[in-house]
Design a protein around this ligand. Structure first.
Ligand code: ADP
Ligand code: ZN
Ligand code: ZN
Length: 746
C-alpha cells in the first residue's frame, strides 16, 4: 500500500489556528487516523511529544519524504467537541473546495479574550394610564424612539436590553433618559435569568392547529425512533411555520436537546426574536453581524458549556458546538444569503443536513417559496414534504393585476407608473393607507453615457458602468470608486453627457411629480449604508410617517406592515434579463414575496405587477400565487439544460492581475478536465473557459469555466484534480475559486 500522510494542527486551542504540518501515518495506525482524531507527534527540533488534531489526509507528500516524521500514537481520550468541528471543516473543504485553514476558520470561532460580559435588562416601572399618557406625550413631541420603547415595555414587563437597542433601533442615551424620567429601570447582572416575564410566557402559548400538530408529531416521532429526518414545510408567510418550529424546539428541549435556528439576518425582526425569548427565556441567544468577536465567542462558549438551548442567527450560527444537538431549523431556506460568498462557498441548507446526520439531529426547512433544490429533493423522497396552505386566521391573499408595459406605451403612457397603479395609489393616499413600490434591481439605469458618441462612463478598476448619484457623483457599486461627474465627454469632448438616474431615485422623483402631497421614503443600498439607517427607515414606515415606501428587494423581506394594502412591482422582468439559470426562480420568489406584503392586516390587499413579458411563466405563476405550476415548468427547464438541482454544476473562477496569465491557467485547467472527460466521464459537460460577464473587478481579471454532471461526487473529484494541478502549476498571483451549484453565473 502507498504511504499515507496526515496534516496535523498542533494545539487548536491557541488564539489563532496554526498552519498544518504533515506527518506519515505508520502502517500499524492506518485506519485509526482520520480527520478530527487527536494524535501524538514529535514536534520541532527536539522532537518534543505534542498532541495535535488530524485535519486532512493525503496520499502524496508535500515535502521530501525523508523530512517527514511519523505519528507516534493515537490519543484515545475520545472524541472532543473540536473533533466534530474538525470533521465538519473537513467535509466543507472536500465538498466545496477551499484550504484547510479557511475551512477551519469557517467552523471554529475566533478565540477571544473575554471580559465578563454584562447582560442588561429593561424593567417597566410605571403602569396603565401613566404609561399610556407618556406614550402620547412622546408621540406629540415627535420623540419616536422613546415612544417605541414605551410601547414595547407596555406590552412586556421585562425585556432584554440588546433586543431593544438593536431591533427597535434605540440609542442608549434614549434609554438612560427614560430611566431618569422614571418610566423604566436598566438592570445589569452577570447573567439574566428571565429576560421576558415568566407569567407572560405561559399565557400567550397557542394550541397548535391540526396541520401544525401533525408536523410536530411526525418530526419528533422519527427522532425518537432513531431516524431523524429532513423535513420541508411549504407554507405562505403567516401560515404558522414559526409556531411549528417553536413546538418542535420545545419538545426537543424537554428531551435535553438543543436547537439551532437559522433565519436570514434581514428577517431577524424584533417580533420574531421576542417570540423565541418568550417561549424559551434566557436560554436563547442570538448571533448577528453587529456582535463583536468577543460577544460571538461568548455565545459559542455558553453553548458548549450547556448554558443555552437555542441559538438563532444567520448562516454562521450553524457551527454552534452544542453538546447534544437535536434540531436545526432553516427558515426561509430559499434565501440566497444561505450560500457563503467566500471560500469554502458552502450552502447552509446542505451543510445543515450534513451536520445533522453527523450528530443524529433532525432538520426542518421552511419557506413560502421553496428553493428548486429543496422541493426537488422533497419530490424525490429525500425530504418529507408538508404543505401548509392558507394564512393562519384566514386573512385573504391579495388580488393581483398584471400590467403589460408595452400596452401602456401604445396608449401613450410614458410614465414609470401604469394607469392602473396610478389610480390605485391615488385611492390609497385618499384612504390613508400605505403603498410599497418595489424595483427589483438597484441602479438599473444609473449609468451615464454620451449622446453624441455613445461612450459610457465606466469604472477604471471594474468592468461595469458607473452609476450616477446625488451630489453630482459617479459611483462604482463593485469597488466603491467615486468620481465627480464631468461636464464633457472624455471620448469626444461633447457636452451631451446624459445621466439615467439610478432606478429608485428616479421613481422617488416621479412620485414627487405625480403626487406632490405624498410622503415618500426610499430604501436601497445607498440610503441604508449603515444597519441603523435600515431599521430607521423601516420603523418610520411602520409608524406611518410615510405614505409610500420605494425600494429594492430589501423591502420585500420580513417586516409586517398592517397598513400596507397596495404593492406595486415596477419592472418585474428586470431580473429575468440577467443571463443566469436561476433568474426565473429568483423572479418568481421576489414577486411572490412582494405580493405577500400586501394586506397583512385586516384590510385586503392589491398587487400590481408591471412587466414587458406578461406571458413569462415566472410572472404568470407568481401572479396566480401558483408555486406548483411554477415548479413544474422550471424543473423541466433545469432538467433539459442539465442545471441544478437535477444535475450539478461546478464553476471554476480564476482571478489574476495579468489578463494573459489568468487566461492561460484557466485554459490549462479546462484542458486537464477535457482530456480526463474523454477517458472517464463521457457524460461530463465542460462550458468555457471564457472571460466572466463582469470581466474585471478591483483590477483583477476574471476567467471562468463550468463543469456539469449529474453526480455531485464526480464534480468533487474534478475539483480535487484541479486543486492538485494548481499546486504544481505556476499559479502565483492568481486565485482559483470553486463554486458548486452557484447562485449566480459568473
Ligand atoms: P409563519 O412563520 O408561517 O409566517 P407564524 O407562525 O408567524 O407563521 O404565524 C402567523 C400568525 O398566526 C402569528 O401571529 C401566530 O402567532 C399565529 N398563529 C400561528 N399558529 C397559531 C395557532 N395554532 N393558534 C393561534 N394562532 C396561531
Ligand atoms: Zn469599480
Ligand atoms: Zn462622446
Amino acid at each position: 500500500m502507498a504511504e499515507q500522510y496526515a496534516d496535523i494542527i498542533i494545539d487548536i486551542s491557541h488564539e489563532k489556528v496554526d498552519r498544518p504540518f504533515q506527518y506519515r501515518i505508520p502502517a500499524e495506525l492506518a485506519g485509526a487516523v482520520y480527520p478530527g482524531v487527536r494524535v501524538h507527534v514529535p514536534f520541532g527540533r527536539g522532537n518534543q511529544d505534542k498532541v495535535g488534531y488530524v485535519v486532512d489526509l493525503s496520499g502524496q507528500p508535500d515535502y521530501p519524504v525523508e523530512k517527514i516524521k511519523d505519528i507516534t500514537a493515537v490519543d484515545n481520550r475520545g472524541i472532543t467537541a473540536e473533533s466534530s468541528q474538525i470533521q465538519i471543516a473537513y467535509w466543507l473543504k472536500r465538498q466545496y473546495g477551499s484550504t484547510t485553514i479557511a475551512a477551519l476558520k469557517t467552523v471554529l470561532p475566533a478565540k477571544q479574550k473575554l471580559k465578563q460580559l454584562e447582560r442588561k435588562k429593561i424593567l417597566r416601572c410605571v403602569e396603565g394610564e401613566v404609561l399610556q399618557k407618556a406614550v402620547l406625550q412622546c408621540e406629540q413631541k415627535h420623540q419616536t424612539a422613546r415612544a417605541r420603547v414605551l410601547r414595547a415595555i407596555a406590552a412586556e414587563e421585562i425585556l432584554p436590553y440588546e433586543l431593544i437597542r438593536q431591533k427597535l433601533n434605540v440609542s442608549s442615551a434614549t434609554l438612560t433618559a427614560l430611566e431618569k424620567q422614571g418610566y423604566l429601570k436598566i438592570e445589569t447582572e452577570a447573567y439574566y435569568r428571565n429576560p421576558v416575564k415568566c407569567a407572560d410566557r405561559e399565557e400567550k402559548k397557542v394550541a397548535p392547529s391540526d396541520v401544525q400538530q401533525r408536523i410536530i408529531e411526525r418530526v419528533l416521532a422519527d427522532y425518537q425512533a432513531g431516524h431523524p429526518g429532513t423535513y420541508l414545510v411549504h407554507g405562505v408567510t403567516g401560515s404558522g411555520k414559526t409556531e411549528v418550529y417553536l413546538g418542535i424546539i420545545e419538545q426537543m428541549i424537554a428531551m435535553g436537546r438543543q436547537a439551532i435556528v437559522l433565519i436570514p439576518e434581514i428577517a431577524l425582526t424584533y417580533q420574531t426574536l421576542l417570540r423565541f425569548y418568550k417561549r424559551f427565556g434566557d436560554r436563547v441567544s442570538v448571533i448577528n453581524s453587529s456582535l463583536s468577536m468577543g460577544e460571538k465567542y461568548d455565545q459559542v462558549r455558553r453553548a458548549q458549556a450547556g448554558e443555552l438551548d437555542v441559538i438563532i442567527g444567520p448562516r454562521s450560527a450553524l457551527f454552534t458546538p452544542f453538546p447534544n444537538l437535536g434540531i436545526i431549523i432553516v427558515d426561509e431556506e430559499h434565501e440566497g444569503s444561505y450560500k457563503s460568498e467566500s471560500m469554502p462557498k458552502y450552502h447552509a441548507r446542505e451543510t445543515a443536513v450534513q451536520i445533522a446526520s453527523m450528530q443524529h439531529a433532525s432538520v426542518v426547512l421552511g419557506s413560502a417559496t421553496p428553493s428548486m433544490e429543496a422541493y426537488y429533493r422533497a419530490k424525490q423522497g429525500e425530504y418529507q414534504l408538508f404543505e401548509m396552505t392558507g394564512r393562519h386566521g384566514g386573512s385573504m391573499l391579495p388580488q393581483v393585476y398584471t400590467i403589460d408595459l408595452r400596452e401602456e406605451l401604445k396608449q401613450g403612457n410614458r410614465s414609470v407608473f401604469s394607469r392602473k397603479l396610478k389610480e390605485l395609489m391615488a385611492g390609497r393616499l385618499k384612504a390613508g393607507e400605505q403603498t410599497m413600490l418595489f424595483l427589483n434591481r438597484r441602479g438599473y439605469a444609473g449609468f451615464v453615457s454620451c449622446r453624441a458618441c455613445g461612450h459610457v462612463m465606466k469604472c477604471p478598476h471594474c468592468d461595469v458602468s458607473l452609476s450616477e448619484h446625488r451630489g453630482n457623483m459617479l459611483l462604482c457599486h463593485y469597488c466603491g470608486y467615486e468620481e465627480v461627474r464631468r461636464t464633457n465627454c472624455p471620448a469626444c469632448g461633447s457636452k451631451y453627457l446624459m445621466g439615467f438616474k439610478a432606478g429608485t431615485e428616479q421613481i422617488e422623483e416621479a412620485l414627487h411629480r405625480e403626487f406632490p402631497e405624498a410622503r415618500v421614503l426610499r430604501m436601497d443600498a445607498d440610503t441604508t449604508k449603515t444597519k441603523e439607517s435600515y431599521e430607521k427607515i423601516l420603523s418610520a414606515f411602520a409608524d406611518e410617517k410615510a405614505d409610500i415606501l420605494v425600494g429594492t428587494q430589501m423591502i420585500v423581506k420580513g417586516h409586517d406592515f398592517p397598513n400596507v394594502t397596495l404593492v406595486g412591482v415596477l419592472a418585474a422582468d428586470l431580473s429575468l434579463n440577467q443571463n443566469d439559470y436561476r433568474a426565473g426562480e429568483r423572479t418568481f420568489q421576489l414577486l411572490t414575496q412582494a405580493a405577500g406584503r400586501a394586506g397583512r392586516g385586516e384590510k385586503p390587499g392589491e398587487v400590481v405587477i408591471q412587466t414587458y413579458q406578461p406571458e413569462h411563466y415566472s410572472i404568470v405563476h407568481a401572479a396566480r400565487q401558483d408555486y406548483q405550476g411554477f415548479y413544474e415548468e422550471e424543473i423541466t427547464y433545469r432538467d433539459f439544460m442539465s442545471y441544478p438541482p437535477v444535475s450539478h454544476m461546478l464553476a471554476v473562477l480564476v482571478t489574476s492581475r495579468e489578463q494573459e496569465q489568468g487566461e492561460k491557467l484557466v485554459r490549462h485547467m479546462a484542458e486537464e478536465i477535457e482530456c480526463r472527460r474523454k477517458q472517464e466521464w463521457q457524460k461530463l459537460q465542460v462550458i468555457g473557459p471564457t472571460l466572466a460577464s463582469i470581466s474585471k473587478i478591483n483590477d483583477l481579471y476574471r476567467h471562468v469555466f463550468y463543469v456539469k454532471h449529474r453526480d455531485y461526487q464526480v464534480l468533487v473529484e474534478i475539483k480535487d484534480i484541479l486543486e492538485r494541478y494548481c499546486k504544481t502549476e505556476e499559479s502565483k498571483n492568481q486565485t482559483v475559486q470553486y463554486d458548486f451549484d452557484p447562485m449566480n453565473t459568473y
